[in-house]
Design a protein around this ligand. Sequence first.
Ligand SMILES: Nc1ncnc2c1ncn2[C@@H]1O[C@H](COP(=O)(O)OP(=O)(O)OP(=O)(O)O)[C@@H](O)[C@H]1O
Length: 250
Amino acid sequence: MTIRADNLTVSYGRVTILHSLSFGPLEPGNVVGLIGPNAAGKSTLVKTIAGIKEPAEGSVTLSVDGAELVGKQKVQAVGYVPQDLLSSASLTAFESIMVSARRRGDATWNPLERSATVMERLGITHLAGRLVSDMSGGQRQLVAMAQMLVREPDIMLLDEPTSALDLRHQVELLQIIRDEVRGSNRLALVAIHDLNLAARYCDELLVLKAGHVVAHDTPHAVLQPDLLEEVYGIRARVLDDAGVPVVCPV
Ligand SMILES: Nc1ncnc2c1ncn2[C@@H]1O[C@H](COP(=O)(O)OP(=O)(O)OP(=O)(O)O)[C@@H](O)[C@H]1O
């Protein structure tokens, strides 16, 4: 699986949010962190790749072995977890994960077994019988992740998946994403504000500022004081923790 954007322009009404972006192809086996200030256009880009928002101009292409995915193939290939989770209907966690698991529509697929496995992996088995509408923000975020993971999509699009999670769940979740894609034909694009988590768990960072791509490289190459000042307008020192950059605002 790969993702490529060519001269991608996306607008809301007459306001252009993404300005003729080109990047990629983002290669399989990688977790790509999408970083940048508030309102840079990260969610807009993720929604456009997910097919929820139409480009005004240009294109996003999802391909497998050089062949572009279209229609139903594309829908099957993509798993998207939005930033704003709907506290949907009166379903329990297990029911909502099962609904998602059944959507895969594969004869060899055992939705019950898959749902139980994913819940265990995310440490939410104890929430199985609880109504999603009665859950905390973090619990709901984990259920939404389970709904995505249970389908085993080839392209995972995650919009701030750790925003409501405590430290332990943040690192566990990002490790799961990393394990899912590593050495596989799958790919994850993760919009994330925490630069130190991004540095630790992402193979590449794509940096957006005011609807433009300003950098796309390894965390080590991207997380440099001058770039951080250009993008976020603050000075920071960047330390080295056994090869992983650590950003410390000064
Ligand atoms: N439905 C909408 N209608 C009109 N404008 C919108 C809509 N959604 C987003 N925008 C605008 O698009 C711009 C980019 O928003 P977007 O949510 O893509 O940014 P972001 O980088 O994800 O921000 P954040 O880090 O704050 O979540 C913002 O100026 C926002 O006001």
